[in-house]
Design a protein. Structure first.
Length: 202
């Protein structure tokens, strides 16, 4: 007898570390806040030596390119403003976004709205739905912030030379490609000696 999987959307109640059920909204929110705060700050980045810089300033052209690279139909952050709305404004939208990016680099401050986001809980479908670690958090950020991040990425990729052996964070070169190259190279060397290759891909 086959049991159909049920779709679980969020959880009104949740358990704490000791398994005690939290039912009041304030307590439930605090539990989620504590969990994600611990999860997302588990590793502390070490201080690194600064590289030569800074990179050159943002331009309208770079903002326009970054905006065009945004996916269509993405869910908005707290402000409700999507990249689709900015694209619909055409030249006016690009200019307004450019002014925001320019002011960030001049003043060294980002809009306060960018510090806010929505976290959507998605149940993984396994074990107890009341356990916080059985949910996946999907963070909805402000999309104009994502556009600005893309302008930084585009400028950094031009300024920083990435080794040809790098197979991640490269367009058209994923870690899967690197694995396939390793397997192919190994197989050819073994076959050249009339050997047999056994692969186990999990």
């Amino acid at each position: 007898m086959r049991k159909e999987r049920k779709n679980i959307v969020g959880s009104k109640y949740i358990g704490d570390k000791n398994g005690t059920l939290k039912v009041k909204e304030q307590k439930v929110m605090e539990r989620w806040r504590t969990y994600f705060s611990s999860l997302l700050n588990e590793y502390q980045l070490e201080e690194e030596d600064k590289v030569e810089g800074p990179i050159w300033g943002v331009t309208e052209q770079i903002v326009e390119q970054a905006l065009k690279s945004m996916k269509v139909g993405k869910a908005p952050g707290p402000s409700g403003v999507t990249s689709d709305l900015i694209k619909a404004a055409r030249a006016t939208g690009v200019k307004e976004l450019f002014q925001i990016c320019k002011s960030i680099e001049q003043d060294g401050k980002v809009p306060e709205q960018w510090a806010k986001s929505y976290t959507i809980l998605v149940y993984k479908g396994k074990r107890d739905v009341l356990m916080v670690d059985k949910h996946r958090g999907v963070r909805l950020l402000e999309q104009d912030m994502e556009v600005y991040e893309k302008t930084l990425e585009k400028r950094l990729r031009i300024a920083v030379k990435i080794d040809e052996k790098q197979f991640e964070f490269q367009s058209g070169k994923s870690t899967v490609d690197a694995i396939l190259i390793c397997i192919t190279t190994l197989a050819r060397k073994v076959w050249s000696k009339e050997g047999r290759v056994f692969l186990c891909l999990c």
